[in-house]
Design a protein around this ligand. Structure first.
Ligand code: FES
Length: 261
């Protein structure tokens, strides 16, 4: 169980792990945020994203414990912090504590920042004191010309990078998949899209292949390579990795690429 903060806790947590949920957070913005959390906290701190790119929560806790920290506060960051992730964090933190010797490390979960009304008001008011940028001279447009049509592709690969798949190794999965697609010469035939949670989190890392409607669990490089060679190159199925078939695909008994054309 996650140890609750109690009155007899004489010392404050020695380390803080800030966790942020932001799919579109690019490196420069992440670096700015990292600098801000380091400036704001007086002890050892780390910042991770729960989705999209690593390290995962479990890996970050492992690293902090390996660094010698035995008291860690996990602090959600972001306004509003997603409620589903807030509800999920205690359980996954408790799961980490139940592994190996991790029970020697006290874990606490900080509150959702949005529950502090004053802090929330300050956060909302803060940008209003900075001058805004005029758009009077900006050319009206709803998007770039290149956004008119989808790229030409044969396979659509939907790769889940949700927080729970991250726990199961999805943090490094998209890059690994890219390498394997290139090595097999099928990179240009694939449209790869990162997605948020698509439900079977316990099977992560999850990949869905369209137009087949097949769902795969690809936990490591060997299985990813096998999927790419067997399914995308040879037109097979890789039954050992497939754990689900979409209803439409089941109804039409799609078993190989020839039948799709
Ligand atoms: S987080 Fe990937 S399926 Fe839920």
């Amino acid at each position: 169980m996650v140890s609750p903060t109690s009155q007899h806790d004489a010392e404050p947590p020695r380390a803080i792990l800030f966790v942020v949920s932001a799919y579109s957070l690019r490196k420069r913005a992440f670096d700015r945020l990292e600098a801000a959390v380091e400036a704001a906290a007086s002890g050892p701190v780390r910042l991770i994203r729960l989705e999209e790119t690593g390290p995962s929560l479990m890996d970050a806790l492992d690293v902090m414990r390996a660094e010698g920290h035995r008291s860690i506060r996990v602090q959600p960051l972001g306004v509003p912090f997603p409620e589903p992730l807030m509800n999920w964090l205690p359980g996954v933190m408790a799961d980490w504590r139940a592994r190996g010797r991790n029970a020697d490390t006290q874990l606490e979960l900080g509150p959702d920042p949005a529950t502090d009304a004053d802090a929330l008001a300050r956060f909302v008011a803060s940008p209003l004191s900075t001058p805004a940028r005029s758009v009077e001279r900006v050319k009206p447009r709803l998007g770039k010309p290149g956004w008119n049509a989808p790229p030409d592709y044969e396979f659509h690969l939907l790769v889940c990078t949700g927080a729970r798949c991250m726990i199961h190794g999805a943090a490094s999965f998209p890059e690994m998949l890219k390498e394997e697609l290139k090595a097999a010469g099928v990179f240009d035939r694939c449209l790869t899209t990162r997605s948020g949670c698509i439900y079977p989190c316990n099977q992560g890392p999850v990949l869905v292949l369209y137009p087949h409607g097949y769902w795969y669990r690809l936990p490591d490089q060997a299985s990813t390579r096998h999927f790419v060679r067997e399914v995308l190159v040879k037109g097979g199925v890789a039954e050992d990795l497939r754990f689900h078939t979409a209803r439409a695909a089941r109804a039409h008994s799609i078993t190989n690429l020839e039948k799709l054309s």
